[in-house]
Design a binder for this molecule. Sequence first.
Ligand SMILES: [Zn+2]
Length: 223
Amino acid sequence: MNHIILNSAHESGPTLNCHYSQIEDLYAQDNTHHTWLKSLSPQIQWACPLQTHSKTIYDLDLGFQSQPEADALITSSPNLGIAIWGSDCPGLIINCGDGHFGAAHCGWRGIAANLPTLLCGALREKSSFPTSQWSAYIGPGICQDCYEVDQPVLASFSWPKASLKKVNSTKALLDLRMAISCQCQLLGIEKITISPICTAENSNHHSYRQSGAGRNNLMAVYC
Ligand SMILES: [Zn+2]
């Protein structure tokens, strides 16, 4: 399991615990994601969305749901945790520093639909802190060298130059985490941490590109 602490920009602000599952965490037994999440923090109530590569954001403060249909969740409750599925799609976690936080599943479709920007927009309506004082964590995902994409993906969005490496006239290598980071930077977030882990190259994690459908990885976050 990978664990990082996402500090708030304020010394006194809440820190977030961010965990990323390994294959063995979720294959140990049936219904393993509940067991794994409970092992992280038994007193936390977990929300684990039904993701559809959409840009839907659900606010858990409006009413707790354990499996909302959404690709991003936000909350300000210290009793709630958010767990986002992903295999090669990186997850994004935002810590506003005043108790508000959120997480999103950011595959190319979500990024092309501006989901990172929309997640920050939803948090900006609630947080009293400016985005310059927020911090962001972009979790494990497929790296640029392992992620060749073609025209449908390239034509779907105005991808930032820094996220593309041209292969030929129709193909390019796409850096999803860089594309997420660019949206965060444009919104004024200065403190951005990017995981170096490539899910396609690290055998501790499931990769859709590498092995096809299977048990995805979970990125879990709580206060
Ligand atoms: Zn890679």
